[in-house]
Design a protein around this ligand. Structure first.
Ligand code: SAH
Length: 497
């Protein structure tokens, strides 16, 4: 017995204990995404909780396929429960700040967001008996229970007689007197219920979903037959074909350093999947109605594993959206852009790679450090300075300790000590100039200029943080005369010889 549950950036407010209670009552919860997925997963029931649909108006409207599928499923009798944000999504339309967008159109009313709460605090509701899974009291009286409401929205232009599952004993609900709109097997209200001893709503809902399934009255499996309005209902702004994925370099941080192509693609995208390195200034270029997905940390300090990102890009491309995968710097320089491109290629999905200004060129230009200079440095080497699984850095230090070459180190901040020691041990003089550039090209750029020997203490004293780029070589000296833009900080160390 499966219950589809909306968990995405528009909806996701659920009491954790309630989800466990639904599972304990025998439901398998299957998450779906109202912004990305084109249809509901195979399921016997539907649950859409609270959230922020008003922040995703354009994307929710644009996902015609999902809206239609949900409407058809409920029309055909799928047991469904929606709270607050979910209720707004099931209305005909949702308006906020003068923008009115079409929603799923199950509830014959328009939802409107206001700047002040319309209902707030604890409510007391009494069953009318019209709800699909009412609480029964022993004496046959109508059960009462406490719930919680916190909504900035109201339902307007309710057309036709509407049935309600609850009378409001205390609180606001839909109209001060009722809450819990009932339509076929849907119950949608402003109230947030919480599964407690006094109101075991999850068990009743699960039993109702199970009974509906067993009666054979309703089940989605595979595509829902769409008898109501024929093929027209499935018209989507996204063609059914698979779309192309754009792997776009965002450059080091300054939006003025985006390429024209990158900027154009960002402005035209349906969805932008970005990672940690993409600066706030660049994110501000994404148009307000465009869906953004952060593929950096899935939870606190926990990165979305690369497999998941790969799978996400394939799924998005197959949904027909214009997908921009936005990466800091250049996607093909220590950006795992090639891994994502390989995966797309393996799945037969077309892609385009848009180069970006990589940290090496962006940060050094801002710090007045030429990567090469005739007679001083004739080559540049980019290396990754982080270790794999706690092992020593596996680099050819002899080759890197070259006074006639420039060495640029990405991701090296936490291993500055080892890098400095190894280079000196391999023969690079300790007085070789070195720079660390933090958050290069953003308004917060900081640069320290020092020597290879002092670099580790320097970045430690100055508390440098990621992203920081390290540059080692004689060319660093030029910053004294060429530093046209950024603040150079001292690090209060005696010069070593
Ligand atoms: N694809 C990116 C690099 C990703 S690796 C590019 O081409 O730039 C991440 C490392 O890049 C960071 O650890 C840091 O060393 C460097 N980096 C990226 N952006 C930076 C910035 N704005 N300032 C300083 N270093 C940066």
């Amino acid at each position: 017995m499966r219950i589809a549950i909306a968990r995405d950036s528009a909806f996701g407010f659920y009491y954790p204990g309630d989800l466990e209670a639904l599972e304990a009552a025998g439901a398998e919860l299957v998450a779906f995404d109202t912004l990305i997925d084109r249809r509901l997963p195979e399921a016997d029931g539907l649950f859409i909780g609270g959230g922020f649909p008003e922040s995703h108006l354009k994307a929710l409207e644009a996902n015609v396929s999902m809206r239609t599928h949900i409407r058809d499923a409920i029309e055909m009798g799928m047991p469904a429960y929606a709270e607050c944000g979910g209720l707004m999504y099931l209305a005909r339309s949702l308006s906020w700040r003068g923008e009115k967008r079409k929603m799923a159109g199950v509830i014959p009313a328009d939802a409107v967001m206001h700047s002040r709460p319309q209902g707030r605090g604890y409510t007391r509701l009494r069953e009318t008996g019209k709800g699909p899974w009412p609480m029964r009291t022993e004496g046959g009286g109508r059960a009462e229970f406490a719930a919680h409401e916190f909504h900035y929205s109201s339902l307007e232009n309710i057309s036709g007689p509407v049935e309600f599952a609850y009378e409001v004993v205390r609180g606001v609900g839909v109209d001060g007197e009722h809450d819990g709109i009932v339509y076929k097997n849907l119950l949608a209200g402003f109230a947030h219920l919480r599964d407690t001893e006094a109101n075991r709503w999850t068990g009743r809902f699960v039993n109702f979903v199970r009974a509906t399934r067993e009666s054979g009255a309703y089940r989605i499996s595979g595509p829902v037959a769409n008898q109501q309005d024929g093929a027209k209902a499935n018209v989507s702004p996204w063609p059914d074909q698979v779309s192309r994925v754009y792997l776009v370099g965002a450059g080091p941080g300054d939006p003025a350093l985006l390429t024209v192509r990158a900027r154009h693609l960002i402005e035209e995208a349906d969805i932008v999947v970005y990672d940690r390195l993409v600066s706030d200034e660049i994110l501000a270029v994404i148009p307000p109605g465009t869906t953004r997905l952060f593929a950096g940390k899935a939870a606190r300090d926990h990165f979305m594993p690369q497999d998941e990102v790969n799978e996400l890009l394939v799924r998005l491309a197959r949904s027909g959206r214009r997908v921009v995968r936005l990466k800091g710097g250049d996607p093909f320089i220590f950006g795992r852009g090639s891994e994502e491109a390989l995966n797309l290629a393996e799945h037969g999905i077309s892609f385009e790679v848009v180069p970006g200004i990589t940290a090496s060129t962006g940060c050094t230009a801002r710090a007045g450090i030429p990567l090469t200079h005739r007679g001083v440095s004739r080559s540049v080497t980019f290396i990754a300075g982080h270790r794999q699984d706690g092992q020593d850095l596996d680099l050819n230090w002899k080759a890197l300790a070259d006074t006639k070459s420039t060495l640029v180190i990405y991701m090296g901040l936490s291993n500055t000590g080892e890098i400095s020691r190894q280079l000196i041990a391999a023969g690079l003089p300790g007085f070789t100039p070195a720079a660390a550039i933090e958050r290069g090209t953003t308004p917060e750029q900081r640069t320290v200029i020092t020597t290879v020997a002092d670099l580790p203490d320097c970045v430690k004293n100055e508390k440098f943080q990621a992203p920081t780029l390290l540059v080692i070589g004689e060319v660093v000296n030029f910053s004294e005369n060429l530093n046209w833009a950024s603040a150079v900080v001292g690090c209060g160390l005696e010069a070593h010889g």
